[in-house]
Design a protein around this ligand. Structure first.
Ligand code: AMP
Length: 284
């Protein structure tokens, strides 16, 4: 494992590779690593000669300064977790390295950047694209690995890569869950023991929704799931929506989509968790 702190060093490392044909995998993260991140890193190591993992809590993608302030950070623990992997380069830049002056670009891609996370977290995806462009330009990876846990982020990045005619191959990776079904997330560490006990309910609800596809319309399902959360005072539902996983358009009929997805964001106290499920078998 090699640690790099600046974009300049990263570009130098990239140029110094003795085999110019070596394939480079890239896993961008915000650190506080868990087994979800590790699954992406191990897949990248299987499919590439070398892998870059970035650890950077990107300030421009936080619409809520309190969330940014309290986002878990654990560089020491992260490096300890990665220390035994060969062929791994850790890119650990300071904020001033990535943002020598304040900036944020704008990215508009129809419904993708105006619905769900984009609507509830204004500017979030502009911040994601701002940092992804910088990181992609320094790493120049062949394949970049993203989790389906952040399903909309994955779609936004895929759409940006096509729009910008970039050569990186975007590789979606399945959501890794705790044994009780809770999707692994760095934010889970911030849950109180009581909240942590309740949190698997999010995935239970998604599975219950999936089991009812044959008996309810998308609109009925949305009303039902929203009502279920009214009986759980620890939770505050931000959204539960059924969309087409390709266009992100809301679904009127199941037959309108080959990839119906249930998307959820929910607050437990001030901790906001997201999850999703494909409502048919063919994907995610
Ligand atoms: P983050 O550090 O939360 O920005 O996540 C970095 C990458 O890891 C993103 O591509 C996420 O989608 C992915 N990721 C986060 N949690 C999980 C999970 N539970 N399973 C699979 N991938 C995940």
């Amino acid at each position: 494992m090699k640690i790099i702190y600046t974009q300049h060093e990263l570009i130098e490392w990239r140029q110094s590779l003795t085999m110019p044909t070596s394939s480079i995998g890239f896993v961008p993260t915000m650190g506080a690593l868990h087994l979800g991140h590790i699954s992406l890193i191990e897949r990248a190591l299987e499919e590439n000669d070398a892998v870059v993992v970035s650890i950077f809590v990107n300030p421009t993608q936080f619409n809520d300064s309190n969330d940014f302030l309290h986002y878990p950070k654990n560089n020491e623990g992260d490096l300890e977790m990665l220390k035994d992997y060969a062929r791994l380069v850790i890119f650990l830049p300071a904020t001033s390295e990535m943002y020598p002056s304040p900036e944020k670009e704008q990215f508009h891609s129809g419904l993708l950047t105006s619905t769900l996370e984009a609507k509830l977290r204004p500017g979030h995806f502009d911040g994601v694209i701002t940092i992804i462009r910088k990181l992609f330009n320094s790493v120049r990876a062949h394949r970049v690995y993203f989790g389906e846990k952040d399903f909309q982020q994955l779609a936004v990045i895929k759409s940006w890569v096509i729009l910008e005619k970039r050569s990186e191959l975007i590789i979606p990776c399945p959501t890794i869950r705790e044994s009780d079904g809770l999707a692994m997330s760095s934010r889970n560490q911030r849950l109180s023991p009581e909240m942590r006990k309740e949190a698997p309910f999010i995935f239970e609800v998604l599975q219950a929704a999936k089991a009812q596809v044959d008996t309810q319309s998308p609109a009925e399902m949305e009303i039902w799931i929203r009502s279920v959360f009214l009986e759980r005072p620890l939770f505050r539902l931000d959204y539960f929506e059924i969309i087409d996983g390709n266009t992100f358009a809301p679904l009127a009929e199941w037959s309108d989509s080959s990839l119906p997805m249930a998307m959820i964001a929910v607050f437990l106290g001030e901790i906001r968790l997201i999850d999703n499920i494909a409502l048919t078998e063919q994907s995610a």
